[in-house]
Write a protein that binds this ligand. Structure first.
Ligand code: PRP
Ligand code: URA
Length: 209
């Protein structure tokens, strides 16, 4: 699939299987999402450019690599995207955060915005949009539309599970935005849920239902 990276690392796949299980506790689900967030962050930042800088070790001088160029913005889509945030900020503590509040209207499945707050210098940063679930992609497309309106030019989308329908829609609407996901599931059901999926990620993460 063009523009889609499936992160098939055994640790990610193992943890995803644990998360899919209906019996997993809220605490366990949240912990696993945090851990997978770290692992996905590692993969999505794999090609960041580095530059050589002069440093002093206790014994001598040397040139050593450090990350160059654009700084990162993590843009979680509320609520479930927040589940990735802590893990990713652990790896990239200097990143900025853009919060995007969206919920799916249960009848139309359209995304309804209720909050948006982003750094003002999005144009100068690489923005990683975070949401565990890419179902119809209505939420992802709406979030990316808003980020682009506010100046973001380089955007990547990170999720845990994607439906084929969501990938097609997101790639069609924003072909410049590449997708990182741990798995591509089979299909969406009549209510827009990913099958086999893991249920409602926000509810499972926060214990609401
Ligand atoms: C869920 C999920 C995504 C969205 C994906 O959020 O966290 O944001 O649905 O579906 P889509 O691709 O069809 O737009 P939801 O609207 O349930 O809000 P919540 O995270 O606050 O529960
Ligand atoms: N949102 C979720 O949380 N789960 C799905 O399967 C689809 C949308």
């Amino acid at each position: 699939m063009e523009g889609v990276t499936i992160v098939d690392h055994p640790l990610v796949q193992h943890k995803l299987t644990l998360m899919r299980e209906a019996k997993r506790s809220t605490k366990g689900f949240r912990q696993l999402l945090n851990e997978i967030g770290m692992l996905l962050c590692y993969e999505v930042t794999r090609d960041l450019p580095t530059e050589m800088v002069e440093i002093e070790t206790p014994l001598t001088h040397m040139k050593a690599p450090q990350i160059a160029g654009k700084k990162l913005v993590f843009a979680p889509i509320l609520r479930a995207g927040v589940g990735f945030l802590d893990g990713m900020l652990t790896l990239v503590p200097s990143a900025r955060v853009a919060h995007i509040g969206l919920y799916r209207d249960p009848e139309t499945l359209h995304a309804v915005e209720y909050y948006f707050k982003a750094p003002s210098d999005l144009a100068d940063r690489l923005t990683l949009v975070l949401d565990p679930m890419l179902a119809t992609a209505n939420s992802a497309v709406a979030a990316i539309d808003r980020l682009k309106e506010r100046g973001a030019r380089e955007i990547r989308f990170v999720c845990l599970l994607a439906a084929p329908e969501g990938i097609e829609k997101l790639r069609g609407a924003h072909p410049d935005v590449r997708i990182w996901t741990a798995a591509v599931d089979d299909h969406l059901n009549d209510h827009g849920y990913i099958i086999p999926g893991l249920g409602d990620a926000g509810d499972r993460m926060f214990g609401t239902r």
